[in-house]
Write a protein that binds this ligand. Sequence first.
Ligand code: ZN
Length: 212
Amino acid sequence: MNHSIHHVDAKRGFVFLLVAILVAIGLRQADSQDAVTAESVAEAADAGGANADASAAIESDSEADEIDDPPYTPKTVSQLQKALSPIQFKVTQNEETEPAFRNKYWDNKKEGLYRCIVCGQSLFTSETKFKSGTGWPSFYDPISKDRIGMKLDFRLIYPRQEVHCSRCEAHLGHVFNDGPQDKTGKRYCLNSAALRFEEASEKSTSAKDKKR
Ligand SMILES: [Zn+2]
């Protein structure tokens, strides 16, 4: 009896040792893979490939930075009540939803910028706006990810991903995963009442027309 227990222990010990060795090998391989990746990145950088990528990334970031956002001073509730219309206040401060199709921007096809109605931070552009058929302005991507914040919203039976302005926390809408598949696959379903549209200047519009 004792003998067989010892036998089992020895077997367990062996299996444990084997697992430990395999894990150690796995870790070492992961390490060397990291090293290889780092090396190849460095090589690519020397070749100029990574440099081009890096500068492209910087360019697109600076594009978002080029948009002038007004300075942000947090407002009190009574200041917000005065500054906003009742529907703008209900949507941005109490996370209510405006009616579909009876809102300002669901069918707005003009080129320009959509800013937060509360603090003026630039959030979305007409370039990523698409026809969703929902009756709310819908976008597949914000100007940059740092413009928005998200949290899980359990107000309905199923949880939804709530979207708000990262600067003043004004509620904007929700994001769903049924957006255009050839783009990001996301559908940012926003309330017009949370947005202020700024039409692109005639100068930049005509420049774009000339390109076409
Ligand atoms: Zn804001």
